[in-house]
Design a protein around this ligand. Structure first.
Ligand code: HEM
Length: 216
């Protein structure tokens, strides 16, 4: 494998300009399995992206076809049930891993200076992960998804003064209908993954710069 890479490097000279990316600071002593939780969350995130991209080839974000396209994925598309299951389980595990990772960071007091900004970036990532779960839940467009989202979105209405406007903004109208479905689909497959990818890039960039804090 090394020989193949050396041969490619001979032709394209890839190593030298990318040395900055390939070289990593040596990890500190005292790390244990709890320091893998962030990596486990990231693995779930990558699984979500890959399976989500595959699902988007068959899912139809329309009031009339969303439910039947999910039934088709489940029953007719080759390995569709499997891809959908991996997507759903990864969505569950990412929350479990992020929350445990947050607890690990909290216990090792890695939220304190100079890492406070990375804590905030992490917290924003968590909010996007929750929002992705919420928007994804509506997409099957079955009774459970519809009424759960009806209840979830109506909670925005409890905000004093601007509550009505918040509900209108989230639903794309007064009622929950096809406009909401398209809005949620757009958030779920475009806006949120884009924001999360940018936040994670910043998160990892800071870890590379600041290293990992071990509380021995
Ligand atoms: C999808 C979400 C997230 C991913 C993929 C992720 C990934 C990672 C990874 C790979 C590390 C390196 C060390 C380790 O794994 O323990 C790390 C460190 C860190 N994370 Fe996250 N993280 C996420 C969410 C969060 C959240 C929600 C917070 C806090 C609210 C947070 C705060 C931090 C901080 C402060 C560090 C530096 C820790 C240290 O120096 O020991 N992260 N993250």
């Amino acid at each position: 494998m090394g020989k193949v890479f050396d041969w490619i490097d001979n032709v394209f000279h890839v190593k030298k300009p990318h040395r900055r990316f390939l070289k990593r600071a040596i990890l500190p002593d005292g790390l244990n399995y709890f320091y893998c939780l962030g990596g486990a969350a990231f693995t779930s995130y990558l699984l979500l992206l890959v399976t989500g991209l595959l699902l988007s080839m068959y899912y139809v974000p329309s009031e009339h076809e969303a439910f039947s396209s999910i039934v088709k994925i489940q029953r007719e598309v080759h390995l569709g049930w499997f891809i959908r299951s991996v997507h759903k389980w990864s969505a569950t595990f990412i929350i479990v891993f992020i929350l445990s990772h947050t607890l690990r960071v909290f216990i090792s007091k890695a939220y304190s200076k100079p890492k406070e900004l990375n804590w905030v970036i992490g917290a924003l990532t968590l909010l996007f992960a929750f929002a992705s779960g919420f928007t994804g839940y509506l997409l099957p467009w079955d009774q459970k998804a519809y009424w759960a989202t009806e209840v979830g979105t109506s909670m925005g209405g409890t905000v004093p003064l601007i509550g009505k406007h918040i509900v209108y903004l989230i639903r794309g109208g007064v009622d929950l209908n096809g406009a909401t479905l398209i809005r949620f689909y757009s958030m779920h497959v475009l806006w949120f993954p884009l924001c999360m990818s940018l936040l994670l890039w910043a998160h990892f960039h800071m870890i590379k710069r600041q290293g990992i804090k071990v509380n021995l």
